[in-house]
Design a protein around this ligand. Structure first.
Ligand SMILES: C[S@@+](CC[C@H](N)C(=O)[O-])C[C@H]1O[C@@H](n2cnc3c(N)ncnc32)[C@H](O)[C@@H]1O
Ligand code: SF4
Length: 446
């Protein structure tokens, strides 16, 4: 989940915005004249698969994801359509292997386990799905969802991402969550019993009224019971949400940027002390339990998105394509289902990524990781021009390097510890240089 790129600690929303195609003007969507053979997506036979379940029991006060609260969800119809769209897009991509599957939402733990199993069977029928491929399910920790965790495992899920959000019941209430902290702890225990070492928790900080000391204590308490993966999200105030209204009406106050920056730094320190390694702006792991699926996004690998509002990035080789497309499925579930029944898919928008657009994504996503962009990964997208040649040249980038926020060495380009917390303010400099490089190349050709 990666508003925009201007926030200090740049947590999940920047990623979400990129993946959801709502980022700022730097995202290149045009059929531009920078079509050159020296910048192309690597030929990949692999992809990740994202499956979006769009329904929730109720709306959390802060959330503007693509989700719907419906009393009558037609589970059978959703299952049929998810299977059909999976089949269509897998054929279109012609990938020979799906390396990871992520059931996200909305609340995918409201789907029936046989729906999850059916989608996985479809994948295995159309392409290869290795037995050890990571299959993640996002779970809202209500007792009803927890009671079905073992059925989800039987269906093929081998990793759970639990939406704990907070251990304070008053805050869960404020956030409009449908569970208590006690429920979350029970969910965590049951998930760890079923998938030891493969359970992640989502936590939100920067909540209205939250104080630094209380956050430190809350995180320390959570780490005593959590497994090997933590995703830390800074609360973003989204226009149109109930929380936004309450803050606008001065009923609630959000912590200042300085306070949230201190909360982020405190969290990094506490997680480090507890043996967690930060491997991405918002993600921390012990024992190497990284999210393979999300790592695919950050490394700019191909992925296929099915379900209402899902996003994908892949080359439609089955239709003769050779360039990567950014694809978005129709948002509204009933309309999406009609389209899937009619066309076999509900792709609403397709944009061929220009070479410049592709490198923007490689840069923006890659620098979120502590490993940054290794030279060999960059070369897959830009075989003829190095990171140094494309983005390392300007005076402004030199200042970031000299100032110790950015590192460019024989491993590749990455943020320093301090730079990662300031990623959102570094990116514009790098993107400006990327654009300038492309313009110069273009001018040189004329
Ligand atoms: C969209 S939810 C889907 C999974 C599940 N329904 C849940 O709530 O845990 C994925 C993650 O995004 C987080 N999220 C949604 N809106 C957010 C916001 N405005 N600021 C920060 N995190 C947000 C959620 O709290 C959750 O951890
Ligand atoms: S349960 Fe998850 S997806 Fe649904 S409204 Fe809450 S945060 Fe958003």
């Amino acid at each position: 989940m990666l508003g925009g790129l201007a926030r200090r600690s740049g947590l999940v929303r920047a990623v979400d915005r990129l993946l959801l195609g709502t980022a700022g003007s730097w995202r290149s969507e045009r059929e531009v004249s920078d079509r050159r053979p020296d910048c192309a997506p690597p030929r990949s036979e692999e992809a990740g698969l994202y499956v979006h379940w769009p329904y929730c029991r109720r709306r959390c006060s802060y959330c503007n994801f693509n989700k719907y609260v419906s009393q009558r969800v037609d589970q059978q119809a959703m299952r049929d359509c998810l299977q059909r769209e999976t089949e269509t897009l897998l054929h279109l991509s012609q990938v020979s292997c799906i390396s990871s599957v992520f059931f996200g939402g909305g609340t995918p733990s409201l789907a029936r386990p046989d729906t999850i199993a059916a989608v996985l069977e479809t994948v295995a029928k159309c392409t290869s799905l290795p037995g050890n491929a990571e299959v993640t399910l996002e779970v809202n920790p209500t007792p009803e969802d927890v009671a079905r965790l073992s059925e989800f495992c039987s269906a093929g899920v081998n990793r759970f991402s639990i939406g704990v959000q907070s251990l304070h019941d008053a805050d869960l209430e404020l956030l409009g969550r449908d569970h208590s902290s006690q429920h979350a702890l029970q969910a965590l225990a049951e998930a760890q019993r079923l998938c030891p070492g493969r359970v992640s928790v989502d936590v939100i900080f920067g909540r209205p009224g939250q104080k630094l000391q209380s956050w430190e204590k809350e995180l320390e308490d959570l780490l005593l019971v959590s497994d090997d993966h933590v995703s830390l999200y800074q609360l973003t105030l989204e226009r149109g949400t109930a929380l936004f209204k309450r803050v606008q009406q001065s009923e609630l106050t959000m912590p200042s940027d300085d306070v949230t920056a201190h909360m982020y730094e405190a969290a990094r320190r506490i997680l480090g002390k507890a043996g967690f390694l930060q491997y991405e702006v918002s993600n921390f792991t012990r024992n190497g339990a990284v999210s393979v699926h999300n790592q695919g996004y950050w490394r700019a690998s191909q992925y296929i998105g099915v379900g209402p509002g899902a996003h994908g990035r892949f080359v439609p080789r089955g239709a003769g394509g050779s360039r990567r497309e950014a694809r978005t499925q129709t948002l509204e579930p009933d309309v999406w289902m009609r389209e899937v029944r009619h066309w076999g898919h509900g792709t609403r928008r397709r944009v061929e990524l220009s070479p410049l657009g592709l490198l923007e994504e490689v840069l923006v996503m890659g620098l979120r990781m502590t490993e940054g962009i290794p030279h060999e990964n960059w070369r897959q997208f830009s075989p003829l021009q190095s990171l140094q040649e494309v983005v390392g040249q300007s005076q402004e980038v030199q200042e970031l390097l000299e100032g110790g926020l950015l590192v460019l060495d024989d491993r590749g380009m990455r943020c320093s510890w301090d730079g990662l917390a300031l990623l959102d303010s570094l990116l514009p400099t790098l993107l400006v240089q990327l654009h300038a490089h492309f313009s110069q190349q273009e001018a040189g050709r004329h």
